[in-house]
Design a protein. Structure first.
Length: 240
């Protein structure tokens, strides 16, 4: 809506992500048909404004300060599934948090909020990326990824380099059975570190995502994709 390729980095990202992500993505409907389409600029601005209003009023509570939200970089898309049409809104979160940090919300076809997630990526005391995830304001994951921390500038440079060499979705699907982080990295055309971070984010939030609230996919994963330029959700789903 809403993850980079150093093979070594992706390989290090695999432990603890593939096993935990697989069942949750399946439960969230990753195996059904998913099609995402970015909404028009005017409509996106209106929806983003409504989301910001719910945050400002305290109706929706998040851990990150509102001042850290990058409203001008919001990504709004419609997601068509076998279960209906949904809208996802992703707001990147800036300093003091790292590149893929975000607040994301999923709305039903009537514009009613079904679920919201918050993913905060930061550097921990060990000098690694730490991923903290919340679903509907409840802490679901706080994990040391084991991936050495990099600045946003370094991540973006790695991302740009990886995208120029990306082998495409087919290669990613072939990696799916072996390494979730590597598969995500390949499908998205992103580097191994970012792919690993988003794999951890998906596993942490999706494993605890509420089932039975009418959400047929994991909004936290779509949010992670959105923060680095998106990708085919159908192709990414093949990684889990």
């Amino acid at each position: 809506m809403a993850l980079v390729v150093s093979t070594a980095g992706a390989a290090h990202a695999a432990p603890g992500t593939t096993e935990s992500a697989a069942p949750s993505m399946a439960q969230a409907g990753a195996q059904s048909s998913l099609t995402t389409v970015a909404v028009g600029e005017e409509e996106a601005a209106e929806i983003t404004s409504e989301v910001l209003a719910s945050l400002s009023s305290g109706e929706v509570r998040i851990e990150a300060p509102l001042s850290a939200l990058k409203a001008s970089e919001s990504k709004v898309s419609t997601v068509s599934t076998d279960d209906g049409l949904f809208t996802t809104v992703t707001l990147p979160v800036g300093g003091p948090y790292s590149l893929t940090s975000n607040v994301s919300m999923i709305l039903d076809s009537s514009g009613e909020r079904l679920q919201y997630t918050e993913t905060l990526v930061s550097e921990n005391s060990a000098g690694n990326f730490n991923v903290t995830s919340y679903v509907d304001g409840v802490l679901t994951n706080n994990q040391d990824t084991g991936l050495a921390f990099m600045s946003d500038a370094e991540l973006k440079a790695d991302l740009a380099n990886a995208q120029s060499q990306a082998p495409g979705a087919e290669g990613g699907m072939q990696l799916a059975e072996k390494n979730t982080g590597a598969c995500i990295a390949t499908v998205l055309g992103v580097g191994g570190v970012v792919g690993g971070i988003i794999a951890y984010s998906c596993a942490g939030a999706c494993a605890a995502a509420a089932i039975g609230v009418g959400v047929p996919f994991c909004v936290a994963c779509i949010a992670g994709f959105a923060t680095v330029g998106g990708a085919s959700i159908t192709a990414v789903a093949s990684c889990f």
